[in-house]
Ligand binder design. Structure first.
Ligand code: HEC
Ligand code: HEC
Ligand code: HEC
Ligand code: HEC
Ligand code: HEC
Length: 183
C-alpha cells in the first residue's frame, strides 16, 4: 500500500515538473519535440475549395507574389480575390478537376471564396512581411510546406513569440518589446 502511494506521488511530481518545463521552456521543448516527430508540425485545414499550391507553382510556374501581391511592400501578404481566379478559371479549359469546377461556380456567381485564415497573430502584434522579404527570409522558414502542398496545410510549430525572438537574436534584429508590440 505504501509503495503504491509513493509511486503515485512520484508520477504526480513528474507530471507537474513536465508541465512546468513545458511552459517555462516552451520554445526548447517544442523544437525538440517537432524535430523528433516532424509529422505533428503540420495539420490539414478544411477550406471551401481545396486550393492546390503545388499545381499553381509547378504546372503554371506562378510566383508567390503573383497572388500574394502586397508581400514585398506591405505588412500583409494579401489573399487573392476572385478576379484573379477568373483569369484562368472562368471556364473549365484550364482544369476539369472537381475542386477547380467549384471555383468556376464562384466566378460565375461573382462571389468571393470564403477562405479560412491559417496564420493570424493576435491584434497586439505587428508583423511586417516586407521587411522580412527584403532581408531575404524565405517564405518556407515561417510557412513550411503551406505554399507547396496539394492540400491546404498549416504549420503549427512556429510563429509564436519565443520563435520570432530566437531568429531576431541570431540575425541581429531588434528584440525590443516595442518592435513587435507597437501599433
Ligand atoms: C494562384 C495563386 C497563388 C499562388 C501562386 C500562391 N498562393 Fe498562397 N494562397 C492562395 C490562396 C487562394 C490562398 C487561400 C487558400 C488557402 O489558404 O488554402 C493561399 C494561402 C496561402 C497561405 C496561408 C494564408 C493564411 O494564413 O490563411 C500561405 C502561407 C501561402 N498561401 C503561401 C504561399 C507561398 C509561399 C507561395 C509561393 C510558393 C504561394 N502562396 C503562392 C493563392 C496562391
Ligand atoms: C495563371 C492561371 C491560373 C490562375 C490565375 C489560377 N489558376 Fe487554378 N489552376 C490553373 C491550372 C493550369 C490548373 C490545372 C492543373 C491541372 O489540372 O493539372 C489549376 C487548377 C486549379 C484547381 C484544381 C487543383 C486540384 O488538384 O484539384 C483549383 C482548386 C484551382 N486551380 C483554384 C484556383 C483559385 C482559387 C485561383 C484564384 C486564387 C486560381 N486557381 C488561379 C491555373 C490558374
Ligand atoms: C518571418 C516569418 C514569415 C515569412 C518569412 C513569411 N511570412 Fe507570411 N505570415 C507570417 C505571419 C506571422 C503571418 C500572420 C500575420 C498576421 O496575422 O498579421 C503571415 C501571414 C501570411 C498570409 C496570410 C494573409 C496575409 O495577408 O498576411 C499569407 C498569404 C502569407 N503570410 C504568405 C507569405 C508568403 C508568400 C511569403 C514569402 C514571400 C511569406 N508569407 C513569408 C510570417 C511570415
Ligand atoms: C528567420 C528570421 C526571422 C524570423 C523567424 C522573424 N523575423 Fe522579424 N526580422 C528579421 C530580420 C532579419 C529583420 C530586419 C532587421 C533590420 O533590418 O534591422 C526583422 C525585422 C522585424 C521587424 C521590424 C524591426 C524594425 O526594426 O523595425 C518586426 C516588427 C519583426 N521583424 C517582427 C517579427 C515577428 C512578430 C516575428 C514572428 C512572427 C518575426 N519577426 C520573425 C528576421 C526574422
Ligand atoms: C520579435 C517579436 C516580438 C518581440 C520583440 C516581443 N514580442 Fe511579445 N509577442 C510576440 C508574438 C508573435 C506574440 C503572440 C504569441 C502567440 O500568439 O502565441 C506575443 C505575445 C506577447 C504577450 C501575450 C502572451 C500570451 O501568452 O498571450 C505578452 C504579454 C508579450 N508578448 C510581452 C512582450 C514583452 C514584455 C516583450 C519585451 C521583452 C515582448 N513581448 C517582445 C512577438 C514579440
Amino acid at each position: 500500500m505504501k509503495k503504491k502511494l509513493a509511486f503515485l506521488i512520484f508520477i504526480l511530481i513528474i507530471v507537474i515538473l513536465s508541465i512546468f518545463v513545458y511552459y517555462r521552456y516552451r520554445y526548447q521543448t517544442e523544437s525538440i519535440f517537432y524535430s523528433i516527430f516532424p509529422i505533428f508540425s503540420w495539420i490539414s485545414v478544411d477550406q471551401p475549395v481545396l486550393f492546390n499550391h503545388l499545381h499553381h507553382k509547378e504546372a503554371v510556374q506562378l510566383n508567390c507574389s503573383f497572388c500574394h501581391r502586397y508581400i514585398e511592400r506591405y505588412r500583409a501578404a494579401g489573399i487573392p480575390n476572385i478576379e484573379l481566379c477568373r483569369a484562368c478559371h472562368a471556364t473549365d479549359v484550364m482544369s476539369k478537376r472537381p475542386e477547380a469546377l467549384k471555383v468556376i461556380d464562384y466566378v460565375k456567381a461573382n462571389r468571393e471564396i470564403p477562405w479560412n485564415r491559417m496564420y493570424e497573430l493576435p491584434k497586439f502584434v505587428v508583423f511586417p512581411h516586407w521587411i522580412h522579404i527584403q532581408n531575404k527570409v524565405n517564405c518556407s522558414v515561417c510557412h513550411g510546406f503551406t505554399g507547396v502542398k496539394e492540400r491546404p496545410i498549416q504549420m503549427v510549430d512556429r510563429n509564436y513569440m519565443e520563435w520570432c525572438m530566437d531568429c531576431h537574436q541570431k540575425r541581429g534584429a531588434s528584440n525590443d518589446c516595442y518592435t513587435c508590440h507597437s501599433s
